[in-house]
Design a protein around this ligand. Structure first.
Ligand SMILES: C[S@@+](CC[C@H](N)C(=O)[O-])C[C@H]1O[C@@H](n2cnc3c(N)ncnc32)[C@H](O)[C@@H]1O
Length: 183
């Protein structure tokens, strides 16, 4: 790929997603661009960059961000964060709430990928708050429409749910997901 094409892609991706692609990501970018070029029936990066510059190609620019972003995730990834919410944040907040007061837990899974993080958060809140006096909700967003479709469908392999989910968590359904770049 020519330097000027890489620079164009790097700037476009950064402006839209705040994903920084340095020179070490060149191979990855080339591979992921290859998928989009095949889908467009193109074999020249320069032609593909020209296509991306066209004002009416908004969908293709979104697909490029989808292709570049890495969506690695699994249930209760970074388990310590969920333990912190369950064992410290929720008990401390409910203990501080005034007896007559009102408290609602609003959690946000920013960059939620295919939903595993959002459902893990929901299971964590439910484990402490369901049946109690405090309502809760989880909002989940991602820049990629493709992963949000999976998140909204919410169909996961039983083994994927079971493998990292702690005993105290109950699988749930019923969350909503939206596309929302966090930058
Ligand atoms: C590695 S996954 C992490 C998923 C999940 N948070 C976890 O820790 O398991 C990173 C996600 O960030 C999303 N992403 C990247 N840049 C974003 C942005 N500017 N706004 C929203 N989501 C973004 C990608 O689409 C991808 O799904």
């Amino acid at each position: 790929m020519k330097d000027s094409d890489f620079e164009f892609i790097r700037t476009l991706v950064y402006e839209r997603s705040r994903i920084s692609l340095d020179d070490r990501k060149r191979e990855l970018v080339t591979a992921r661009l290859g998928k989009r070029m095949r889908a467009q029936g193109m074999d020249s990066v320069a032609d593909y960059c020209r296509l991306l510059r066209a004002p009416e190609q908004e969908d293709e620019r979104a697909r490029l961000i989808d292709a570049i972003s890495t969506n690695h995730t699994f249930f209760f990834r970074e388990r310590a964060h969920f333990d912190l919410v369950r064992d410290h944040i929720i008990p401390e907040m409910t203990a501080r709430a005034p007896a007559e007061g009102w408290l609602r837990f609003d959690a946000w899974s920013a960059a939620c990928s295919s939903g595993e993080e959002a459902y893990s958060l929901a299971m964590t809140l439910a484990s402490r708050l369901d049946g109690g006096r405090w309502p809760w909700q989880v909002e989940a967003t991602d820049i990629s429409h493709r992963v949000l479709e999976t998140a909204t469908r919410a169909i996961y392999r039983e083994s994927a749910v079971a493998s990292h989910t702690p005993d105290w968590a109950m699988p749930l359904t019923g969350l909503t997901f939206s596309s929302h770049p966090e930058c």
